[in-house]
Write a protein that binds this ligand. Structure first.
Ligand SMILES: CC(C)(COP(=O)(O)OP(=O)(O)OC[C@H]1O[C@@H](n2cnc3c(N)ncnc32)[C@H](O)[C@@H]1OP(=O)(O)O)[C@@H](O)C(=O)NCCC(=O)NCCS
Length: 143
């Protein structure tokens, strides 16, 4: 098993994993090749993939804005789940954030995503009941 930083060359394998994985909320612009390339350029050290025998089996997008870290699209191929790959990807992302001077991170998981929520709970990510999540759509094409 090999875990390393994600490069744009990994995009198509990562995208295939995301589309094959339940619980992902993919966006047409943000998750396009250009969208991911932009994200990786801004955050070159904090995104990771896991491969086994040249097959991409896990991915985590992670970046920060100089203040908070954010995690997106953590996914492990079904047949490789429950083997600690997700945990290792999160650990690498957190360490990378720490190295960049970031002290707090956040993420969104669909409430209905039981597996995802159990995973983040076990990783020590605290569920906040005291905030309302709000967003604003700037470009309607980003469905
Ligand atoms: C969530 C996900 C990335 C976890 O990856 P993983 O490699 O299977 O996770 P790990 O093996 O590192 O699990 C770490 C711990 O999380 C918990 N956990 C993981 N999957 C779980 C499940 N299906 N049910 C209950 N607990 C679970 C366990 O405590 C586990 O430790 P254990 O196996 O020693 O009991 C993977 O299940 C996945 O790709 N799910 C679909 C996509 C998704 O929902 N992503 C999260 C939303 S952003």
């Amino acid at each position: 098993m090999n875990i390393r930083t994600m490069k744009i060359e990994d995009y198509y394998s990562a995208y295939e994993l995301w589309t094959d994985t339940a619980g992902m909320g993919l966006r047409s612009l943000d998750d396009s090749y250009d969208g991911i390339e932009k994200f990786l350029k801004r955050n070159p050290n904090t995104n990771f993939i896991c491969s086994i025998e040249d097959r991409l089996v896990g991915v985590i997008l992670c970046g920060h804005d100089g203040r908070r870290g954010y995690i997106y699209h953590a996914a492990v191929a079904l047949e490789f789940q429950r083997q600690g790959i997700g945990r290792q990807l999160v650990d690498r992302a957190i360490r990378a954030l720490e190295e960049e001077g970031i002290h707090k991170a956040a993420l969104l998981v669909f409430s209905s995503n039981e597996k995802g929520n159990q995973f983040w709970e076990s990783m020590g990510w605290v569920l906040r009941n005291d905030v309302n999540y709000r967003n604003y759509v700037i470009n309607q094409r980003n469905e």
